[in-house]
Each structure stands twice: as structure tokens, then as C-alpha cells.
Design a protein around this ligand. Structure first.
Ligand SMILES: [Mg+2]
Length: 266
């Protein structure tokens, strides 16, 4: 760990009440699985979240998924005080209450477009489109060569995005079309400002988490200590390179959070 990261860790431990601990869900708290509706937390993940919830000022899950879906899937309602920022901060769940915006006009207009555009581009039949109401996600995980398939479909997907005023955001074996103005960096800046956080930790595993890492780096430059953690996977090596610390998948994240929680209570 280099000096700024160590300072971030030490500040979290020294002042848990001033800490913001924010974690992605898929690939960080829950192992990635073929069927995303079966992605459940790693062993020990919920237990350590419950322990952290008693200690830290702000504990948040920051995900691209719909907030209610991840609460249900993860059993997150059992973690007292947890904030779940869903769809890159477009919606929020806290204390059993979901706040979610109107569906963006661009998504309504674009809803029928991706399947047609993909068919016209000769997409592999294993490509499918997930409708998240606030965003549309093209999934290539089930194809033989997801990166090549997405590369081939990229022009068609970009045309749909452009036509409907949506932004294309690449991720692991996916590209997501969503309304402009939402990313995990914005979520972290907002959470830290709202709580007056005095130290920040953010853990992610995918390209959509890099704006979150950038926000921690900005906070650090502005005097708030922080640390970024990658839940490393071969599918997104750039994420591990960008983070202060790389751990081995959700099991490694759980170990790191247990250490943090233990040190906070010493
Ligand atoms: Mg993830």
C-alpha cells in the first residue's frame, strides 16, 4: 500500500464515525455468476456489513442494478442503516424506502431499438437486452467471445444511444445505455458531502467503478483521506491497475472488510 492509501486506511480506523464505506455489489460483495438473478453475497459478506454498520458513519452499496433488486437478492434489508444507491445513483433505497425517478424519455423511446438494431447487425442469438427501466443493458456474457461480439456490435449500439440521447457505458461483457448524468463518482461525492465524511473507502471491480475511484482520488487531493480497493478479476484488469489495493474477488473483499472492522473496534 502506498502512503496516500495507508493514510486513508488509518483515517478510517481512527475515526469510524467519520467514515464512508461504499461497495459495489456484483463482483465485489457477490461473485459474478452466469445468471445475474442468482448473484448472492459471498460467505461472510452480510455479517461483516452488519458489523461495519454499527461502526461507520455511512455504509453504502453503490450498484448499477436497480436498488430494490439488489436489496432483495442480497438480503441487504438485514443491514441496519445501509444506503443502497441503485442504477448509478439514479435511485436510492434506505430504511425500506425506495426513491426512484420517472423513466427517462430516451429509454422509453429507445426500448424497442436495441433488439432490432442487434438483429440487423447480425448479433449472436445469445446476446440479450436487459430492461432496467432507467437503462437498457446489452449482455454478451453468454456468447462464445463476448469482447469480440460487443466490438462488432459497438457501432449499432452507439447509433441507438446517440439517436435517443443516451450514453453508452461499457462494462464486463456488457454495454449499458443510460441517461446522462449518473455515475459512481457522482454518488460518492454526494454521499461524502451529505455526511461530511472524514475518510472514504470505495471498492469496485468493473469499468463503471473507475469514476468512483476517481472521486476518492479527488477527495484525497482536497484533503479527505481515502482508499480504493479493486476486487480483481481477469475480465477487467484495468480496474485493479487503477486501485490502491487489489484483493482476490469477493472473498478477498470480505477478508479486507473483516480486518477493517476488527481494527475499528480495537
Ligand atoms: Mg461490479
Amino acid at each position: 500500500m502506498d502512503a496516500p492509501a495507508k493514510a486513508g486506511w488509518d483515517a478510517l480506523v481512527a475515526d469510524p464515525a467519520g467514515a464512508l464505506v461504499a461497495l459495489d455489489y456484483d463482483g465485489v460483495l457477490a461473485p459474478i455468476v452466469e445468471d445475474p438473478t442468482l448473484a448472492v453475497p459471498a460467505p461472510g459478506a452480510i455479517e461483516v456489513l452488519r458489523r461495519l454498520a454499527e461502526r461507520v458513519g455511512t455504509l453504502a452499496v453503490v450498484t448499477g442494478r436497480p436498488a430494490a433488486q439488489v436489496v432483495e437478492l442480497g438480503g441487504l434489508a438485514t443491514v441496519p442503516g445501509l444506503i443502497v444507491e441503485g442504477q448509478y445513483g439514479a435511485e436510492r433505497w434506505v430504511g425500506g424506502e425506495l426513491t426512484t425517478p420517472e423513466e427517462p424519455a430516451g429509454v422509453t423511446a429507445a426500448r424497442a431499438a436495441p433488439p432490432a438494431a442487434l438483429a440487423a447487425a447480425g448479433a449472436d442469438p445469445a446476446v440479450w437486452v436487459e430492461d432496467k427501466r432507467l437503462a437498457l443493458v446489452v449482455h454478451a456474457r453468454r456468447t462464445a467471445d463476448p469482447d469480440a461480439e460487443l466490438g462488432r456490435l459497438d457501432p449499432a449500439v452507439r447509433r441507438v444511444a446517440e439517436k435517443h440521447g443516451l450514453e453508452p457505458h461499457p462494462g464486463k461483457m456488457v454495454v449499458e445505455l443510460r441517461a446522462p448524468g449518473f455515475d459512481k463518482g457522482g454518488v460518492l461525492r454526494r454521499l461524502a458531502a451529505a455526511a461530511g465524511s472524514r475518510a472514504v473507502l470505495f471498492a469496485g471491480d468493473d469499468l463503471g467503478d473507475i469514476p468512483g475511484f476517481a472521486a476518492v482520488e479527488e477527495l484525497r487531493a482536497a484533503g479527505t483521506p481515502g482508499i480504493t480497493v479493486a476486487s480483481a478479476s481477469p475480465e477487467a484488469a484495468a480496474v485493479a491497475e487503477r486501485a490502491d489495493v487489489a484483493v482476490d474477488g469477493p472473498a478477498g473483499v470480505v477478508t479486507l472488510l473483516v480486518t477493517l472492522s476488527d481494527q475499528m473496534s480495537e
